[in-house]
Design a protein around this ligand. Structure first.
Ligand code: FRU
Length: 463
């Protein structure tokens, strides 16, 4: 077992995982499909793998659900979504074909009634004339007033990014409805998501800079914004993807999130916890059976008109023993969790003082720079050995909930107002958290996390 293998995050037993796909709640179970190369720790093969769970805590790796085995998806079953229609779970994905360097993308449909056997129904949408074949990642939503929409990530013929819309009255027969939004700054938009939360529409999308000549990605991140979406006409109030957005996460490793609603009506998000470049990926995979995992499931909420993200409440059940919080001197606290899996909650922070937190002897750090109203997150790079930083602005730093797994850290600031997610290199012999700059009013709670998940066994074979 590799030292970077996670204990309570979703990752397969072998190969490479990337985007979460087809997130859904169906017949009493949570379905988390994912982009999977089960043969190697690289991107040379893309199929949909599947985890299922009845409680978001105990997961089963079911194995492969959709393979690249048709003429229209032979070079990859790319990302997509799911929707329950008339008691069946429909899967919408991009069939990718590359022949003699020429790419072809088609939006395809598959269906299941038992959650174990998947029947491919073929192509539903061909790429309309105004786009290149960088046309993928269909996300389906149902509207109250006007049937189903499919929002697709796209590149226009001019080489710049866009979103595309298709419409369907039954969820199975689709027609192209136009281009609701465009980017002039980015060459591609990947993995869009559009949904209504507390009466307002939110658009999540992943702008990507590309070298169109070489056809390679250069840089990408996840954006989110509120929009007004006219369900009848399928248009947005704001068609500009380059402005007015916030970052969905401020860490190093967060990409291609997707959301769904469960039986309790919660809007839950998972993302791929990686934005590693090739060097980072190769080094992180060394000595491991697999590479990459998903983030913790987060519940999205709107509070006072702002988006908040917090781990789903089920995760609290994983909190077990409480390691002591030792105050050494007036302004320092030291916590020594039993394992590398732990959760720290600090509240009542005095926002007018500088505060620093050091995780596992500097594998990661968080500093509140009062004068600048900036939280600076650091992690030690496993490629260069140097600490690299990311920053995130907040008006006040009042509280933080920090979830560590063997090789990751997710920091939820001010009850989920901002989030910082990153993979970290496990180096310290013993885990520890050191907090400096306390004024004594803070409340600090620490918990060891005992995973419920038994996902280390080999995948069952669905196909
Ligand atoms: C995002 C992405 C998607 C694509 C998939 C392929 O990470 O590039 O656009 O469908 O990964 O694995």
């Amino acid at each position: 077992m590799g030292k970077r293998r996670q204990q309570y995050h979703l990752e397969p037993d072998r190969g490479l995982l990337n985007d979460p796909n087809g997130l859904s709640y169906y017949n009493g179970r949570y379905y988390v499909f994912f982009q999977w190369n089960r043969f190697a720790k690289d991107h040379s093969h893309k199929e949909w793998g599947l985890f299922t769970s009845s409680d978001l805590l105990n997961w089963r790796l079911e194995g492969s659900a959709l393979l690249p085995d048709q003429t229209y998806d032979s070079c990859g079953v790319y990302s997509g979504s799911a929707y329950v229609i008339e008691d069946k779970l429909y899967l919408f994905y991009t069939g990718n074909v590359k022949k003699d360097g020429e790419r072809r993308s088609r939006q395809c449909i598959a269906v299941t009634e038992d959650g174990r056997t998947f029947l491919k129904l073929g192509c539903a949408v061909e790429t309309p004339d105004e786009y290149t074949e960088h046309f993928r990642d269909p996300k389906v939503l149902k509207t109250r007033e006007n049937g189903y929409y499919m929002v697709i990530g796209a590149q226009r013929l001019c080489g710049k990014g866009a979103l595309a819309f298709c419409h369907s009255s039954d969820g199975r027969n689709w027609e192209y409805r136009g281009m609701p939004a465009v980017s002039e700054d980015y060459e591609m938009i990947e993995c869009p998501d559009l949904f209504k939360l507390d009466g307002r529409y939110l658009l999540i999308y992943n702008p990507q800079s590309r070298d169109n000549g070489k056809d390679i990605p250069l840089m990408s991140f996840t954006a989110v914004k509120f929009i007004e979406f006219d369900e009848q006409s399928g248009t947005f109030s704001d068609s500009d993807l380059d402005h007015g957005f916030s970052r969905m996460d401020y860490g190093f490793d967060f990409y291609a999130p997707q959301t769904f609603t469960d039986d309790q009506g919660r809007r839950i998000l998972y993302a791929w916890m990686s934005r590693m470049d090739e060097r980072e990926e190769t080094a992180f995979a060394e000595g491991e059976p697999n590479i990459h995992c998903l983030t913790l499931p987060r519940e999205l909420k709107i509070i006072d008109g702002k988006l908040y993200q917090m781990p789903v409440s089920e995760l609290d059940k994983l909190k077990t023993t409480c390691p002591a919080v030792a105050r050494t001197g007036k302004s320092t606290a030291v916590i020594r969790p039993e394992q590398r899996t732990y959760c720290i909650h600090i509240s009542h922070i005095d926002s007018y003082r500088t505060l620093s937190m050091w995780f596992n002897e500097g594998e990661a750090s968080l500093e509140w720079l009062v004068g600048e109203s900036v939280l600076r997150f650091g992690r030690r790079s496993w490629v260069t050995g140097q600490t690299e930083f990311r920053e995130c602005s907040v008006q006040e730093f009042r509280e933080a909930e920090i979830w560590c797994d063997c090789s990751s850290i997710e920091i939820f600031i001010n009850n989920g107002e901002k989030v910082i997610s990153s993979r970290i290199e496990p180096e310290a012999e013993y885990p520890s958290v050191v907090i400096e700059g306390l004024n004594g009013t803070e409340e600090i709670l620490a918990h060891d996390i005992t995973p419920a998940t038994d996902k280390t066994g080999p995948a069952e074979t669905l196909l």
